[in-house]
Design a protein around this ligand. Structure first.
Ligand code: FAD
Length: 459
């Protein structure tokens, strides 16, 4: 077993861990980043599938994500806009097909009024929420005890309005059914993007992509860190100083042992308990990590010879709370003359199609796409399903959220360091929660906390 000494050992080479490592080295500290996979990037992964460049994980950048935008600029990465010219498609109950422009779906006037009213009420509530401290809202406990679905039922009798508003947070963001998370968790999701209106606005939230793919961010950060990034190095054990003697922490992989003054666990919270702790983490952490779970969504990529929907005047943007693929977009890759659609199959619908054979699943998903775009959607030249649920070092998508009551009960302790151990990842962010922006933001904050802790007293 090789043994090395560093100021800080970072577990996980995703956007958060690599940002923290970068900031620490800028402050003159030595680091080692230990990554379980044979690549960096975690939930950011750009790959060539049958000749098509696909972003298997995160990809979009929105204008409010200033931490991410700052990093893109620093790394010299360029962005391009998502194609959005033309009209959008909405499928109502029983497949009723309507087109629309703007953000509000083409529903009956009474339903539209309910949707607009719900958005106004949610925006007002979200304005009262500090995304970094949602548990401090005066009604936090009450809002955390009611599921988002039930909360919507208390607001309107209009089912189509509830389904649509529910879809934006449930299927589209937390990727859990609306009965499985609280109204407070829903408000945090919206507050993390500035407002509920921002989440509803696809042109805002799915604004830009990065030339070469968003995985460029971790790849370039890792390149600068050079030999300090160790791939194929899952951390199995963390020995830490629970007594405050200053002996620090030792991270142990199968063939390397890193002794450091501090450790940053930059892994999704569901994977924190994959590591053995000597001594065990305190009671509070052992409990709270059990109250977070990953959502689940299949990101479906379908590449066609041409972006045929554009010829019919369609933007490619399509929604339906009644469809297997509840949302889909033109996701054509920069510089590729072919057309790509990306669609999402969430939570219980994803469970359902994973019970089928791959062929049956593909047929069901393409059929759903054809309901939006017509029969041409049935015949892609490249088809791929991003399945993060079977990735051992992620276990779901997009990210983790608390169970009912968990956010008010445990949220404030989520990022509290334990002795020399700090926690950092997008799932623990306020602003930018569940997004790369949040991963970077928390990475910077965690690094700053360690740098501050190492400052001699009085400076
Ligand atoms: C399908 C999909 C689509 C998404 N779309 C978007 C989007 O459009 N825009 C956006 O901003 N965000 C999006 N996201 C979310 C975004 O990708 C994540 O929030 C972000 O990348 C998380 O970064 P992170 O560093 O916090 O965690 P991760 O990327 O999960 O990094 C954690 C790292 O820790 C490693 N690890 C885990 N356990 C150990 C261990 N014991 N030892 C060593 N290493 C370990 C993992 O292998 C991983 O590399 C999407 C995510 C998915 C999955």
């Amino acid at each position: 077993m090789n043994s090395i000494e560093r100021d800080v050992v970072i577990v996980g080479a995703g956007a958060s861990g690599l940002t923290a490592a970068t900031e620490l080295t800028k402050a003159g500290l030595s680091v080692a980043v230990l990554e379980a996979r044979d690549r960096v990037g975690g939930r950011l992964w750009t790959d060539d599938i049958d000749g098509a460049t696909l972003e298997i994980g995160g990809q979009w950048v929105s204008p409010d994500q200033d931490a991410l935008i700052g990093t893109l600029e620093e790394l010299g990465l360029e962005t391009y806009s998502r194609y959005r010219e033309g009209i959008n498609i909405y499928l109502g109950e029983n497949g009723a097909r309507r087109t629309f422009e703007g953000e509000i779906f083409p529903v009956a006037p009474a339903t539209e009024q309910e949707i607009v009213g719900l958005i106004e009420r949610l925006d007002a509530l979200v304005a009262e929420i500090d995304p970094d401290r949602p548990w401090e809202h005066p009604q936090a406990k009450e809002l955390d005890e009611i599921s988002f679905r039930r909360w919507l039922e208390t607001q309107t009798d209009d089912e189509e309005a509830r389904l649509n508003i529910g879809m934006f947070i449930a299927g589209a963001m937390l990727t859990k059914p609306a009965h499985a998370f609280s109204a407070l968790q829903a408000l945090l999701m919206a507050a993390s993007a500035g407002s509920f209106s921002n989440l509803v606005d696809a042109d805002f939230i799915l604004d830009k992509r990065v030339k070469g793919g968003l995985q460029q961010v971790p790849l370039l950060l890792a390149e600068r860190l050079g030999d300090d990034v160790h791939l194929n190095s899952p951390v199995r054990t963390l020995r830490w100083d629970a007594e405050g003697t200053g002996s620090g922490v030792t991270a142990i992989t199968d063939d390397l042992q890193v002794h450091a003054r501090f450790a940053i666990l930059a892994v999704p919270p569901v994977l924190i308990s994959r590591i053995s702790y000597e001594p065990p983490l305190p009671r509070r952490q052992q409990q709270l990590h059990q109250h977070l779970s990953m959502g689940f969504v299949i990101k479906v990529h379908a590449v066609y010879e041409t972006p045929f929907w554009r010829d019919h005047g369609y933007s490619g943007t399509a929604f339906s709370p009644y469809e297997l693929v509840h949302e889909a977009y033109d996701n054509s890759y920069h510089g590729d003359p072919r057309g790509t659609l990306v669609g999402f199959v969430s939570d219980e619908s994803a469970d359902d199609v994973f019970r089928l054979s791959p062929e049956e699943r593909k047929a069901r998903i393409l059929e759903s796409l054809s309901h939006y775009y017509g029969v041409q959607a049935l015949s892609p030249v490249v088809y791929y399903e991003s399945d993060w649920g079977s990735e051992e070092w992620t276990r779901g998508a997009y990210a983790a959220s608390f169970d009912m009551g968990g956010l008010a009960r445990y949220g404030a302790d989520l990022r509290t360091p334990v002795g020399p151990i700090h926690f950092s990842c997008s799932d623990m962010a306020g602003k930018g929660y569940q997004h790369v922006d949040g991963a970077i933001r928390v990475g910077r904050e965690t690094a700053a906390a360690i740098v501050a802790a190492l400052q001699p007293a009085g400076r």
